[in-house]
Design a protein around this ligand. Structure first.
Ligand code: ATP
Ligand code: MG
Length: 137
């Protein structure tokens, strides 16, 4: 079994679609191992997306990620990282496959409903960013 980190972004929580997205994640076979709801500070969002700090969209991305609360979860499944990326769909919802979370719930390439770790090594770093071992079942 592999673990990955997901964030239901502020657009999802704001639209009242957290339950629908979590249902879709569970129906796809993931087990939820940890959950936190929090309103990211600017520093926390900048730290989480530090890999993108030189990108032109970084300031807008941080503003979006701090505009309201998020739900952060550790998910477990066989091949969880790539399985979640597949369920999420492409970064730009206009390019996402039908039935994916981003096709169903995202607004545009920035307000795209959900984050998922992009590799097992990144997942380990991202999980440790939000959770300690006692918070995971
Ligand atoms: P995430 O890391 O959130 O799971 P991703 O891996 O599909 O998304 P990244 O390239 O890591 O995509 O980009 C991180 C986030 O930055 C995107 O999910 C999106 O919210 C935002 N973003 C990416 N590209 C753009 C862009 N061209 N314009 C605006 N926002 C963007
Ligand atoms: Mg990414």
């Amino acid at each position: 079994m592999q673990k990955t980190l997901t964030i239901l972004k502020p657009d999802t929580i704001g639209a009242g679609r957290a339950g629908a997205v979590i249902a879709s994640i569970e129906e796809a076979g993931f087990r939820i191992r940890a959950v936190r709801m929090l309103h990211l500070t600017r520093g926390q969002a900048e730290g989480f997306y530090a890999v993108h700090r030189e990108r032109p969209f970084f300031g807008d991305l941080v503003a979006f990620m701090t505009e309201g609360p998020v739900i952060v979860m550790v998910l477990e499944a066989d091949d969880a990282v790539s399985k979640l990326r597949e369920l999420m769909g492409a970064t730009d919802p206009a390019k996402a496959e039908n039935g994916t979370i981003r096709k169903r719930f995202a607004t545009n390439i920035e307000r795209n409903a959900i984050h998922g770790s992009d590799a097992p090594e990144t997942a380990a770093v991202e999980i440790a960013y939000f959770f300690n071992r006692l918070e995971m079942v």
